[in-house]
Design a protein around this ligand. Structure first.
Ligand code: VGL
Ligand code: ZN
Length: 220
């Protein structure tokens, strides 16, 4: 069975948010349209405690973009973002919710970051997503969201590693691009790992759904 996995479509990753991903808002309509095409939809939320070790503000004299070590792992420092219970951590206001059957939360341990929707960066803690997919008999995942070069990439690599048929929806993703070309390299790394890369129109082709000029899907 197939599922659509919506990665971190949260306010802090949209323009104006604490860790704004350029064009991040543009993928919300893509998510809404694709949701009509999938029977199963699952989402993730980056969900950090305020004292999270990935926040530059939790160190003296450190700036976002600098590298530190966190629990033995190299860690990029970010602006404080997606703090549990704050508006920045909420799902994008324009995102349709009724079909989202379950949300998995990640990055909850202050001492370990978690880019992947499946496992934290130290490959210690599972979010529960892998077990959930197994017991609910999903063996094929279509992934989109934010950000291409971090959470989308590591989620897709873990999905492929777990043996799931994994497809990434290119126009449903946007990257942070700390370095120019990071998103491009992320797509290459995913493809190298056996992940298929498609556009949302390829998925929707043959379905009776298409976007109108207003972005509101019409079903024939
Ligand atoms: C993300 C950086 C830090 C992401 C989350 O969702 O891609 N990136 N936390
Ligand atoms: Zn984060």
């Amino acid at each position: 069975m197939k599922a659509l996995l919506l990665v971190d479509l949260q306010n802090d990753f949209l323009p104006g948010g604490a860790l704004a991903v350029p064009g991040g808002d543009e993928v919300v309509p893509v998510a809404n349209l694709l949701q009509l095409h999938f029977d199963r939809v699952i989402a993730t939320q980056d969900w950090h405690p305020a004292d999270h070790g990935s926040f530059a503000s939790n160190y003296v004299g450190r700036q976002p973009g600098e590298l530190v070590e966190l629990a033995g792992q190299p860690q990029i420092l970010w602006p404080a973002h997606c703090v549990q219970g704050t508006p920045g951590a909420e799902l994008a206001p324009g995102l349709e919710r009724p079909k989202i059957e379950k949300v998995f939360f990640k990055g909850v341990d202050p001492q370990v970051d978690s880019y992947s929707a499946f496992f934290d960066n130290a490959a210690q803690r599972s979010t529960g997503l892998a077990e959930y997919l197994r017991v609910t008999r999903i063996n094929e995942v279509y992934i989109m969201g934010l950000a291409t070069d971090y959470c989308v990439k590591f989620s897709a690599l873990d999905a492929a590693q777990l043996g799931l048929r994994t497809t990434i929806i290119e126009d449903g993703c946007r990257g942070v691009e700390l370095a120019d070309g990071d998103s491009e390299r992320a797509f290459e790394a995913m493809q190298q790992a056996g992940v298929d890369v498609v556009s949302s129109s390829e998925i929707l082709a043959g379905s009776n759904l298409f976007p109108t000029a207003e972005g509101i899907p019409v079903s024939l």
